[in-house]
Ligand binder design. Structure first.
Ligand SMILES: [Zn+2]
Length: 188
């Protein structure tokens, strides 16, 4: 049964190991640091959690299904592509983002000086006002894999909205679009 609600919430979480010799890229921003995140793609933990949150809100599965990490085409991929493609996919389904709340967990580097740049970057990728994007940074209090600076993690919550069709068959049109990942306008 499709519920006639114009909002959907989604959460995403990701963790990547810090390793020497890798660039550190968070939210599409290159950050000067002796270690970077390891992964199949560019390992941008912020954009991966964001992509997962958007997919989750729209009921479209997860980033691993959309971009398998054993697929060579995603080796060292620029993760901005995952966000842009997912945003376009949501848009085809009629979804708009209301707001994005990001929490980055990193013992190092200190993220205070770069939070504003990450916010601007995400707002640009998502075509939102910066007021719709919030970036929080937490340390690991020197406990666990985050606190020992072995990894950086990120948690993202997004809220989506789309108009609930006023016509009597509106809900079935929305449901058909979701099932087929097709534009609402082309649904029966
Ligand atoms: Zn990831």
């Amino acid at each position: 049964m499709t519920i006639a609600c114009p909002y959907r919430i989604g959460s995403g979480h990701d963790t990547h190991r810090l390793e020497p010799g890798r660039p550190l890229i968070l939210g599409g921003i290159r950050i000067d640091h002796p270690r970077g995140l390891a992964g199949h793609s560019d390992a941008d933990v912020v954009l991966h959690a964001l992509t997962d949150a958007m997919l989750g809100a729209a009921g479209l599965g997860d980033i691993g299904e959309a971009y398998p990490d054993d697929d060579p085409q995603w080796a060292n991929a620029d993760s901005t592509r995952f966000v842009l493609e997912t945003r376009a996919r949501l848009s085809r389904l009629g979804w708009s983002l209301v707001n994005v709340d990001v929490t980055i967990f990193a013992q190092e580097p200190k993220l205070g000086p770069v939070k504003a740049r990450i916010r601007k970057s995400l707002a640009g990728l998502l075509e939102l006002d910066e007021a719709q994007v919030n970036i929080k940074a937490k340390t690991g209090e020197r406990v666990g894999h985050i606190g020992r600076a072995e990894a950086i993690a990120c948690q993202v919550v997004v809220l989506l909205t789309r108009p609930v069709a006023a016509t009597s068959d509106g809900l079935s049109a929305v449901a058909a679009a979701e099932l087929g990942d097709r534009p609402v306008a082309q649904a029966p």
